[in-house]
Design a binder for this molecule. Structure first.
Ligand code: FEO
Ligand code: CA
Ligand code: CA
Length: 631
């Protein structure tokens, strides 16, 4: 995600500066040894991971399929303040920040940008991950509202800062999850069904159950909840997941930036520091309206955030469940797949420089006809270790391997993963599971500290297999194939699907892999999902300067990748200063919903309404003009 001025982890770094620990000898040695294991055929970085030459693609079905599965012509990069889609496609808005979900709520007002009361019953801000569900002929969307751009939501106030408590509360109510029914109008356009009995706003004040190994542990207890089994609300909901049993998973990412202490001299614990919690928040001011967010007064409150939360989208009265079994970190998304033995497997990334990639395997077995409501309550948690021979393994996080209790492992998951020597990654963003073959992709968005600084736990971040570039400013997409096509297997083979880069500016590893060219180049892959045909849709949250290292890349965008042939083609360009994030399809696959987050985060967009209007994040429906399938 982006932030008004500093990215979340840049902010964390400023507050918790870590020692420069550049060991160039070690970096170079590692790079050279990589050249060795890759056979010495290619120069390091450039063609080393050439798609089509590895174990993952050797037995591909490439020969049996059409040479062009995309069905659209590439869109050129641009810096327009609009959405650009290929010829033969259309787009239209579905819902935007501040749109009422009930008819007694006033429409969005550019002059005031709403109140806490209106925002609490309107679509939240900065939509991110989203899913669509159908049942009994009704269609519901569940959409994360990750954060709010303070200078925009408070843009009607002096210096863009909250002028009264209601402003702070309005910012809080812009966070969480929006659940609402949608239907098509007479023109075929998707609309929010206002006043539907399925509509619901979940906010940082909604009651949730804490479930799993950490529930009830002393670290989870607060004065307001001595049982440690209830928590209030969810915030900074980034990517998402959905289960085969029809529930929505919302993932708490940069939960730390909302805590502060009235006593700025307060020193937070080392455990909280690992997660970036400090006595200064990011300008949201929540501790000013609720002591819960004052970490000096309530040091355990941050332990109750940083989880995956399971929501029943068809029961607005159901209490959301925080799934501590899936670990606590800066969760990006939750990619669910049912393994051959019936266990639910969830792949999970921790989006911070040098943090890790995880896998949860349920204790119970999925039943297509039975009750799966507690399947994510208990199970085993693993963290990925990538070896330089293009093999990897899932290391179990257990009391034996970590010396921590099972509850502590699920609360201080980063520390547990450091103890077992997991592979530090270049900010794991979305994980996507291919529905047509046993392969999983992860977007590793970028990591300027790679090879330069340890992670927040002090772990070495020298270049390694899937993270091969020092000061990685472009990002890459790694993938793995579980042994025996079994998602519960502990072993896997891996390679890189793409190294993003700029072949117009660089001729070394920073030019990118061979499937990156002047026509399709991009930086910072982030959102990612497979469609039902096995095409991989890639959304970016990168630098949009269109200059220097990023010249020719234009605004943030969405591309489509063929993971069999390696080809990548740009499908969509977003408006100015946005991030493209969140994707799902209508049940008939004739509409693709795409999220546009924080257009104009630096003040230079009026998307989508134009003129002098306030820019607004939103969800957009993309269709083929001929009404054909799209994904
Ligand atoms: Fe919310 Fe890692 O992006
Ligand atoms: Ca991001
Ligand atoms: Ca993201």
């Amino acid at each position: 995600m982006s932030q008004d001025e500093l990215s979340f982890d840049e902010h964390d770094e400023r507050i918790n500066p870590r020692a420069e620990e550049t060991d160039f000898d070690r970096v170079v040695e590692s790079a050279l040894s990589r050249r060795g294991f890759l056979g010495g055929v290619m120069t390091f970085g450039l063609g080393s991971f050439l798609v089509g030459t590895t174990a993952l693609t050797r037995d591909s079905v490439a020969m049996q399929i059409s040479p062009d599965r995309f069905g659209f012509a590439q869109v050129a990069a641009n810096v327009e303040d609009t959405i650009t889609v290929p010829e033969g496609f259309t787009w239209e808005p579905v819902v935007q920040w501040g749109d009422p979900l009930w008819s007694d709520v006033p429409e969005f007002d550019d002059a005031t940008r709403g109140t806490a009361a209106s925002q609490a019953r309107a679509f939240g801000d900065n939509n991110d991950g989203m899913s669509i569900f159908t049942k009994n002929g009704r269609t519901v969307m569940a959409i994360n509202n990750e954060y709010t751009n303070r200078k925009i939501i408070w843009g009607n106030r002096p210096e863009g800062k909250p002028a009264e408590a209601d402003d702070i509360e309005k910012g809080m109510m812009a966070h969480g999850v929006s659940v609402f029914e949608v239907a098509r109008d007479d023109a075929g356009n998707w609309q929010v069904v206002k006043d539907s009995d399925l509509n619901r706003r979940i906010t940082p004040r909604s009651e949730m159950d804490l479930t799993g190994p950490a529930a009830g542990h002393d670290l989870m207890k607060t004065d307001a909840d001595p049982s440690g089994t209830k928590s209030l609300g969810t915030w900074n909901n980034c990517g998402n997941g959905e289960t085969p049993w029809g529930t929505y998973l919302t993932c708490e990412e940069n939960f730390n930036g909302y805590f502060s202490a009235a006593d700025e001299a307060h020193e937070v614990s080392a455990e909280l520091k690992r997660y970036g919690v400090s006595s200064k928040d990011w300008g949201y001011g929540w501790a000013k309206v609720d002591d819960r967010f004052d970490v000096a007064k309530n040091p355990n409150e941050p332990n109750r955030a940083g989880y995956v939360v399971e929501i029943d989208p068809f029961d607005p009265t159901a209490t959301p469940k925080k799934r501590t079994a899936l670990g606590r970190f800066k969760h990006e998304n939750a990619a669910v797949v049912i393994a051959a033995n019936g266990k639910a497997v969830v792949y999970l990334g921790d989006d911070e420089r040098g943090e890790f990639l995880y896998k949860f395997v349920s204790a119970g077995i999925y039943s297509a006809t039975g009750d799966n409501s507690d399947l994510l309550a208990e199970g085993d948690l693993f963290v990925a270790k990538f070896h330089d021979d293009m093999r990897g393994e899932w290391l179990a996080l257990t009391p034996d391997t970590t010396g921590m209790s099972d509850a502590e492992i699920r609360i201080h998951t980063r520390q547990a993963a450091s103890k077992v020597g997991a592979t530090t990654m270049d900010r794991p963003e979305w994980v996507a599971v291919n529905p047509t073959r046993a392969e999983v992709h992860v977007a590793l968005t970028n990591n300027k500290n790679r090879g330069k600084k340890p992670n927040a736990g002090g772990d070495d971040t020298s270049v390694n297999g899937p993270n091969p570039r020092v000061g990685n400013n472009y990002g890459q997409i790694a993938r793995w194939m579980p042994d025996n096509e079994d998602h519960t297997a502990t072993g896997f083979a891996w390679d890189l699907f793409a190294l993003a880069g700029n072949p117009e500016v660089h001729s070394d590893a920073y030019a990118g892999s061979e499937n990156i060219n002047a026509g399709n180049m991009f930086n910072a892959p982030d959102g990612m999902a497979f469609d039902q045909t096995g095409l991989l849709w890639i959304q970016t949250d990168g630098k949009y300067s269109n200059e220097g290292d990023f010249a020719g890349m234009g605004n943030n965008q969405m591309l489509c990748g063929d993971t069999v042939t390696g080809e990548i083609r740009r499908f969509l360009v977003g408006p100015k200063e946005c991030e493209v994030t969140g994707i799902c399809w209508s049940p008939d696959r004739r509409t693709m919903f795409v999220g546009i987050q924080h257009p104009g985060e630096k003040g230079n967009s009026h998307f989508p309404r134009g003129g002098t209007s306030v820019p607004r994040s939103g969800v957009f429906a993309i269709r083929r003009e001929d009404g054909g399938l799209i994904g």
